[in-house]
Structure formats: C-alpha cells, structure tokens
Design a binder for this molecule. Structure first.
Ligand code: BGC
Length: 414
C-alpha cells in the first residue's frame, strides 16, 4: 500500500516536470577508499544529503583508479552506467566520444564556472565546446614526503637534487633505515618515474617525452639517465614492496619505518587524517628539479534516464564547484581548490607552496599534466609507457633496453 502510494506520488512529480518529490538521486563511482580519501568524499556525501539528495555509494578500491575504470567499463557496456563517476584528463573526452556523457553546461553557465576556474583546468572539463565534467581540486604529483624525526636523527636535509637524494638514501641504508616507502603497483612506479623524469630532464624534456611522445626524446641519453635513476630507486625500497597500497607506504613514513615517499599530495590527506602536523611530524617538498605536475580530480555525469537522477547530477555538479565544498574537501584531501577565488588562509604550508608554485610554473610554462595520473595521454599510450616502466623496475632490464622498449611500445600504441 505504502509502495503504491509512493509510486503514484513520484509519477505525479515526473508528470508535473518536477523532481522535488522524488528528490535528487546519485549513484557515485569513485576510488576514494583510504582514510584521508574517505574523510574527503564524506564531505560531498553530507552536502548532497543536506540538500535533499540520496547518495548511493559505489567505491572501487585501488589507488590511481585502475580498478574503478575497469568497473566503469563493465557498467557502461551492460547499459547501466552510474550517475556520476570520478573521471579525469583525456578519459573524459574519450568517454564523451563514445556518446555516453551528459552535458552539464547549464549548471556550469548558471554557476559562472568560466570566471572562477583557470583556463588550463577548464579545458580539461570541456568536450567539443560543452562542459562535460566538474573539477574538484588540483593535486600536485611531484612531491617528496619525509619523516621529520628520521631526517633529523640522521643529519639529512630535504634533498634538492637527485644526487642529494641518492646520498641521503645511502646514508639511511647504512643506518639501517628504509630510504623509500613504495608500493609495487604499476601506477605507483609510474608516479615515481614521472617525478624522476621531470627532475632529471627538466620541464621541456617532460613535455617532449611524456606529452608529445617525441621519438627523439624517448630514445635520448637523458631517457637512459632517467632509467638509471629508476634502477637506483629500486635499490632504496624494502623487500616487501610488491603490491603494497600507497597509503600503507605513507604509513611507513608516518610510523618511522621509512624516511621518504614520492607520491601526490593525497598522501598529505593520510598524514592529516592520522593527526600528523606538517613541518613537525612530516616534511613536504617538491621532488628535485623544476616544474609542477598537476592532477585534477573531476566528476563526469553519465547519460541516464529519470528526472530524479538528472536532478542529482545537476545538484552534484553545482555542489562540487561551489566555494564551501572546494575549501572543506581540499583541506581533507591534501589538494588545493580548483577555483581561484577560495582563500588559502586555513590551508597548511604544503598547500600554500603548491598554490604558489602552480602560479609560478604556469607563468614559466612548466605547469605540466601528470602522465601517471591520466592527465597527459590517452589510456592506450599511458598504459604502454607504464608497462615498460614497471617491467624495468621489477627486473634487471638495462636502461638501454628499457629505452628501446619504451620507444617501441609508444610507437605501437597509436
Ligand atoms: C587521484 C587521487 C587519489 C589517488 C590515490 C589519484 O589518481 O587523483 O584523488 O587520492 O589517485 O588513489
């Protein structure tokens, strides 16, 4: 009886062209399952609920989102796409080209997104002139995190060159400390690789090698040096690194089991969720070298039927870019707001450094998209590179062989 009455009311609501009675609905696919990530996504769930929305959570564990993207493909192929999906970089345009994304321009225009987002970020959210995704934040990828006590006890400063990093690592190994906390998953290998490549080759080399896929850059001596450094990095990780989740690697730094981690600033979300304080318990610095690798999280809405779901998509898109959410979410997540008009007074020293260097690198032309986090290349190309990086990291492959395999893999990925 109750059920029947409800069906009648919601049918009436749809007939009347209003979704108010049924309420906005959203099934949200994301991969934010670690401590800091879960705390952050809860901010969105709460805002959605307090605005009358009903949130159905679809978390797919797995850092970097590879597992989430596999789950997404299965859902779309079975004709049952989620309402909203954590999606970023060129994957947004790839899905748009498949004709399955919703146009959220009406929300973007009503909310004036074009006036509050940097053009570089807005560009990632557009598909053939329409807004097709809503940006949540800017994560910086090329960070190095350190346990403050371990560095102090061993007389080590935050390294500013890769030689300094190597010297610190040797010193730590001699003292019986694991220099680098790392999880042997391909996306984590790729995260370290792009930071090393940016540092050793510089921003122009990064652009040529990992954005333009220039064959000369891919086969250059500089690329050989990058793999040489990766071989050294392999020597700095502990024996149990294989398959370890990134947040467990962060915990090793937190607990004093390892000195450093090279990871995007979602790692800071973990430190903060565990009650740690920057500059006291842990240190942050950009990895040695110039440039800034950005990684913008965003949500795309999939084409779904039902006024309640469409209302959910509109509400979600509006909340995501609104100033309050951008502030509170990013305070938890470790990132900085995508909007330029959110004051950073309540943000910590690492976030302020990120914002400052995002500005200076943007002016200098060295603000670059992260390949490891799906901002620079289409999936087939970034996948081809990552396969080689991981194969090299997990074997005794020479740098020269790795460079050859890299060039071949990229050439075959088109
Ligand atoms: C995402 C972050 C996430 C991290 C680890 C990155 O690709 O952009 O939001 O915290 O992966 O899962």
């Amino acid at each position: 009886m109750k059920r029947f009455a409800f069906a009648t009311v919601s049918t009436l609501a749809v007939v009347a062209g209003s979704s108010v009675l049924a309420g906005p609905q959203a099934e949200v696919l994301h991969w934010w399952t670690s401590g800091g990530e879960a705390k952050s996504v809860a901010v969105l769930q709460e805002e959605f609920a307090s605005n009358g929305g009903t949130w159905t959570d679809m978390p797919v564990a797995g850092g970097g989102g590879d597992a989430a993207m596999t789950a997404l493909r299965a859902r779309v192929l079975s004709g049952n796409a989620p309402t909203a999906v954590q999606l970023k970089g060129p994957a947004i345009q790839e899905w748009y080209e498949e004709g399955v994304l919703a146009d959220i321009s009406s929300v973007a225009e009503a909310e004036g997104w074009a006036d509050v987002l940097p053009a570089s970020i807005a560009g990632h959210m557009m598909c053939e002139g329409a807004w097709c995704a809503a940006p949540v934040n800017v994560h910086r990828v090329d960070w190095i995190w350190a346990n403050a006590d371990i560095l102090a006890a061993n007389g080590i400063e935050m390294p500013t060159t890769w030689d300094e990093f190597n010297a610190a690592a040797v010193k730590l190994m001699d003292a019986g400390v694991i220099p680098l906390a790392h999880g042997g998953q391909s996306w984590q290998d790729a995260t370290v690789f792009e930071a090393v490549l940016l540092g050793i080759g510089g921003p122009e080399f990064y652009q040529k090698a990992l954005v333009d896929l220039d064959p000369e850059a891919l086969t250059s001596d500089t690329m050989v040096q990058v793999f040489d450094q990766m071989r050294l990095m392999r020597g700095y990780v502990d024996e149990n690194f294989s398959g370890r989740d990134w947040n467990l690697a962060t915990a090793m730094v937190m607990n004093g089991e390892a000195a450093f981690q090279i990871m995007g600033d979602w790692a800071k979300g973990e430190f903060l969720a565990a009650g740690k304080t920057p500059s006291e318990d842990f240190l942050c610095a950009s990895t040695p070298g110039d440039g800034y690798l950005y990684n913008v999280d965003s949500f795309a809405m999939f084409d779904v039927d039902g006024e309640d779901k469409k209302a959910g998509q509109d509400l979600l898109a509006k909340l995501i870019v609104a100033p309050n959410f951008q502030k509170v979410f990013n305070l938890n997540k470790g990132s900085i707001p995508a909007r330029t008009d959110v004051a950073l007074d309540d943000f910590d020293i690492c976030a302020n450094l990120s914002a400052e260097e995002m500005g200076s690198t943007s002016a200098a032309g060295s603000l670059l998209p992260s390949y490891a986090h799906g901002m620079a290349l289409r999936g087939s190309q970034s996948g081809a590179i990552t396969d080689v990086v991981t194969a090299h990291f997990n074997s005794d492959m020479s740098s020269a062989d790795a460079v050859q395999q890299l060039a071949d893999a990229v050439a075959n990925s088109y």
